[in-house]
Write a protein that binds this ligand. Sequence first.
Ligand SMILES: NC(=O)c1ccc[n+]([C@@H]2O[C@H](COP(=O)([O-])OP(=O)(O)OC[C@H]3O[C@@H](n4cnc5c(N)ncnc54)[C@H](O)[C@@H]3O)[C@@H](O)[C@H]2O)c1
Length: 354
Amino acid sequence: MHGMSPVRVALIGTGGIAGAHLDAYSRVKEAEVVAVCDIVPEKAEAAAKRWNVPKWFTDYRKVLQLPEVEAVDICTPHAVHAPIALAALKAGKHVLVEKPMTSNLKDAVKLVKAAKESGKVLFCGIKSRWAPSTQQVKKFIESGALGEIYFAEIVATRRRGIPGWGSTFIRKETAGGGVVLDLGVYLVDTILYLLGFPKPLTCSAIVGGFIGNQPEAVVHGGWWWNPDEFEVDDFGAAFLRFENGTAAVIKVCWAAHIDSLGTSFLLGTKGGLKLTNPPEWFFDHAGYMAQTKLPQAGDSDGFVREVQFFVDAIRNGTPPPVLPEEALTVQAVLDAIYRSANLKREVQVTIPKF
Ligand SMILES: NC(=O)c1ccc[n+]([C@@H]2O[C@H](COP(=O)([O-])OP(=O)(O)OC[C@H]3O[C@@H](n4cnc5c(N)ncnc54)[C@H](O)[C@@H]3O)[C@@H](O)[C@H]2O)c1
């Protein structure tokens, strides 16, 4: 990479999370943001000013016409990822897209196909993948300490954390779905990764918006949102079966009348692990039941690393930590969760092949 010019990036969607991305670019010398874009002109202009970006736009199609732009970073709402990513790949740009890759499986397939055809990088920034805590557990599993993992549970609880800013997370048109997409994507990716991406077979799930449309649920100490605009899910629970015989439970909520949906854990033939930080390992030793805490995983700047992965993939061909096919499998599981909930029965998880 020595001596190469920085990767010239355009960032699209200068809302809540864009600042963390722009800050990360300012710290990675191999990348340079040359344009920002938002449909709200004031937002695009403010981001350009704050981060010293030379050009700002309100129409992403204009950005894609700029010859100097090699890559785009898409920070728009979930349902607005796919059209921009697809157009960008077709325009020959590399794509970093915020999680979830798309708001539905059909769009995910289009994106992965377009990336294959264009030969450009498609990297979905599912940050939990390279979090030190995930990497620590992955290494521990690989040490063999747990034996064969036959069951796992993974949860994320917010007692009252419905994202209300700009409403883009709670309106169907912009979000595509609610907490199952927003936080479920982290859980599905983490559990698939920790289990070594076994082939998912079936899924049985319930999903719903049980709290989000109740005005009285906007309470002190919780996040603010407008219940009148709430059109998506705030709870999901799923049971997944894999081809290798393993099963996993996924539970996630933005709001619930409980302090916790439980603890995430892995059960193996030789040991079990609670996915707390630090993780707690349960095993038998010298005729006794033993347990011990692993060291606490450190911190790392997830966004700086994300930008660095993106740059390395573009300049050096290093595969990004989340491969397009993996993001597609995650999307197939999310799709099965919604399908099962809608049909009120178990469904097959279909992973499109092409
Ligand atoms: N990695 C993380 O930790 C993390 C945290 C929060 C959000 N996110 C993800 O980042 C994405 C954005 O979330 P956010 O909180 O910034 O949302 P947001 O609603 O605050 O910002 C989205 C921005 O996109 C703009 N936009 C919408 N349509 C557009 C279009 N066609 N062209 C250009 N701009 C457009 C909106 O005007 C808005 O400013 C989501 O995918 C979300 O899941 C990731």
